[in-house]
Design a protein around this ligand. Sequence first.
Ligand code: GDP
Length: 304
Amino acid sequence: MFNSLSDRLSATFKNLRGKGRLSEADIDGTAREIRRALLDADVAVPVVREFIAKVKARALGAEVAQALNPGQQVVKIVNEELVGILGGQTRELALAKQPPTVIMLAGLQGAGKTTLAGKLAHHLKSQGHTPMLVACDLQRPNAVKQLQIGGQRAGVPVFAPHPGVSSETESATGDPVKVATDGLAEARNKLHDVLIIDTAGRLGVDEELMRQAADIKSAVGAHETLFVIDSMIGQDAVTTAQAFNEGVDFTGVVLTKLDGDARGGAALSVASVTGKPVMYASTGEGLKDFEVFHPDRMARRILD
Ligand code: GDP
């Protein structure tokens, strides 16, 4: 039994050791295995197609490095392409020259934005920053309260619309753009160097939601807009990512729920259709279930 793509590709080529260059027939044999592995990892179908075409073009006629057999040569090409699409290097936040750096979170409801806000605040605090959270999700009942709990756990203050008022009342009366700009003013006053803004999500992509997120983004001049996406989203990753890319022109991607069964194909789908780097991964409900995203590790996860 060959379980990993690397093993399967090596098997495809097992009789071809010593061959100088890869031929079209060799590559067609491997393309099927690559397609299967990517679909198994839940990479979106059009992304798989484009990826295979790219790998084929690069592999055709490629000289097999002396230390490798042809299978290993194809694996090397696949790996390099995967890492490249996923952003190449790890990318940390671009901090504003003039603090506070404003980070806005956007994504569908249930993607894990509010949970992530607390984790990101915790992560930045552990690096010596003095973050503040702003609760602009005034749609989902309890989102404000949930952010306040996350902030408390992280030891980070939360700016919310009407302190002490129940979330039901807030959702009826709050203006998220005003909350965001008031939060920014408060962060300047209190000398917080990073502001993290949680925004509302809907179950599906929705024009009003997108307009609201875009309005918040321009009102506060966000330096980073992070698109938060559930890694279990599967084939819907492409349309959702495209809608948010057009709607809020995000600067980076955060993949959540990587502790589940998902093999991370959504990372490849989103990065491939938007060209934006994946920056962080969320791997559980706890404050510390959070990682800086490493493209090379994800490539391995998809290949294995
Ligand atoms: P939001 O609507 O985007 O703000 O989503 P939430 O932050 O409320 O998250 C939705 C649900 O997913 C909650 O039950 C979270 O506890 C859960 N959740 C968020 N991130 C993760 C994660 O990385 N792993 C797991 N297993 N659950 C998560």
